[in-house]
Design a protein around this ligand. Structure first.
Ligand SMILES: Cc1cc2nc3c(=O)[nH]c(=O)nc-3n(C[C@H](O)[C@H](O)[C@H](O)COP(=O)(O)OP(=O)(O)OC[C@H]3O[C@@H](n4cnc5c(N)ncnc54)[C@H](O)[C@@H]3O)c2cc1C
Length: 419
């Protein structure tokens, strides 16, 4: 669920800036100068917040409801930054400020820095939002956003006094934002945003139908996590490139850590075809706030395909006598695609409080609200929902549940992508 604390903090910061900027605008500022520099300042605050979120600090996961939500907010703020910056650019007066020497004005680098920053921002955003670009190329190119940020900081610092009173209250707020933003940028660029790596060796690589189970044995201490959380997995060796995020499918406290990996692209295919027992792996985490323990007792878990993994961990961790009444709806294309179905059936029988509802689209059964209405004993708005699966399935269910009167705070989702 998207927690609102982080959003409120960002909106609050923007409102404080707007109040200081407009309320204490110097007498020589025209309304146009005040308005367009206000938009420029808001763009700068938004961009600073996107950079701060890249630090992946645990406190921000609490504020936004998990790392996947942080990246969603990061993306929206990136787009808003560009919009505000464009209006600022086209609206801000271009003439030489009254009282300023034209020669001095021509050597002040503020305008060229701002223009360069804006050009790179638009290019960077185009790349960032383009899903056709492979992730392994996308990731390094996304780093140009760091250079954009430094250009914009330079633009602000060298802006003629007529536009930005740097030591006014709103100017000081932007200076503080710039300082925090630059520290956050270097924190992320130099990899300090990664949690401590815990080393493991590969114990087993099990080929399942359309997925691969990777079983890891800790070399020293193991990873502490809650059911439903995920971690970044980094295989040590040539050509394994960047870390990839996967939900931990084992239960906390198990001797081995398990990931269940669907073959989607080059890296996940390599896991299936080339990863061998004995290889070394670094695991960083845990991340995520997809936590069913803190929810009410009547819960619906909706899993689509590989979206089963967080529920697998939750089910493996559950003890007999658990007070929750859980309906696990597991949607797959056909029976052979439904990995771990036998284990789920056995766990449901053993636990007693879990009802398993497998649905196969090849048989014409889909995870839909009308089906839930028929199968569930109580009204839909009396349950709390946890969903993980393909985006169209999750979006469709979310819309239909809302129209059945289920409030957004009762629907929790985990997205298997960051961009
Ligand atoms: C929070 C989270 C939990 C996940 N849990 C699981 C799981 O339990 N099981 C499972 O099979 N998959 C899971 N995924 C998805 C998994 O990370 C991708 O399928 C995998 O990284 C694809 O890599 P690829 O190179 O084989 O495919 P590609 O075709 O290169 O990538 C497919 C998509 O995966 C994403 N992706 C690729 N590489 C990375 C990366 N290094 N970091 C972040 N995203 C990347 C991108 O959105 C990309 O468009 C999870 C993803 C997230 C964000």
């Amino acid at each position: 669920m998207l927690k609102k604390t982080g959003i409120y903090a960002i909106v609050g910061l923007i409102l404080v800036f707007a109040f200081l900027h407009v309320g204490f605008a110097p007498a020589q500022h025209t309304p146009r100068t005040t308005g367009t520099t206000l938009l420029g300042g808001i763009a700068f605050i938004l961009m600073t917040c996107t950079i701060i979120l890249s630090t992946r600090l645990a406190i921000f996961e609490d504020w936004f409801g998990g790392l996947d939500r942080m990246y969603q907010v990061h993306r929206v703020m990136g787009v808003l930054t560009a919009l505000f910056a464009l209006v600022h650019f086209f609206g801000v007066p271009k003439e030489v400020p009254v009282g300023m020497d034209p020669v001095v004005n021509s050597i002040v680098p503020s305008a060229p820095l701002g223009m360069l920053g804006l050009i790179f921002l638009v290019i960077g955003l185009f790349i960032a939002l383009n899903r056709k670009i492979r992730y392994s190329w996308w990731r390094p190119t996304h780093k140009i956003m760091g250079i954009v940020y430094l250009l914009i900081v330079g633009h602000f610092f060298t802006a003629p006094e007529i536009f930005v009173e740097q030591y006014s209250a709103s100017g000081v707020l932007l200076l503080v934002a710039a300082a925090v933003g630059v520290v956050s940028l270097f924190y992320s660029v130099f990899g300090m945003n990664r949690r401590t790596a815990i080393p493991f060796t590969i114990q087993e690589v099990n080929a399942l139908e359309r997925a691969t189970e990777v079983v890891l044995k800790p070399i020293g201490k193991t990873l502490q996590f809650k059911p439903g959380q995920f971690a970044f997995v980094e295989v040590q060796g040539k050509n394994w490139n960047e870390p990839h995020p996967f939900t931990i499918s084992s239960a906390p406290g198990d001797d081995y850590l398990r990931f269940t990996v669907k073959v989607l692209g080059d890296w996940t295919r390599k896991v299936r075809e080339e990863l061998k027992p004995g290889s070394k792996v670094l695991v960083r985490g845990p991340y995520g706030r997809f936590d069913a323990e803190i929810a009410t007792n009547k819960q619906i878990w909706l899993a689509g395909g590989i979206g089963l993994t967080p529920f697998l961990s939750k089910l493996r961790a559950m003890k007999p006598g658990d007070a929750r009444q859980v309906h696990l709806v597991y949607a797959a294309r056909e029976v052979r695609d439904a990995i771990f179905l036998d284990e789920l059936r056995a766990r449901a029988t053993e636990l007693g409080n879990v009802t398993l509802v497998p649905l196969f689209s090849e048989e014409g059964n889909f995870a839909r609200v009308d089906m839930m209405k028929k199968k569930l004993p109580d009204p839909l708005n009396s349950y709390e929902y946890f969903m993980c699966g393909p985006k169209p399935m999750v979006d469709g269910l979310m819309k239909d549940l809302k129209s059945e009167g289920v409030t957004r705070d009762r629907i929790h989702t985990e997205a298997f992508e960051f961009r």
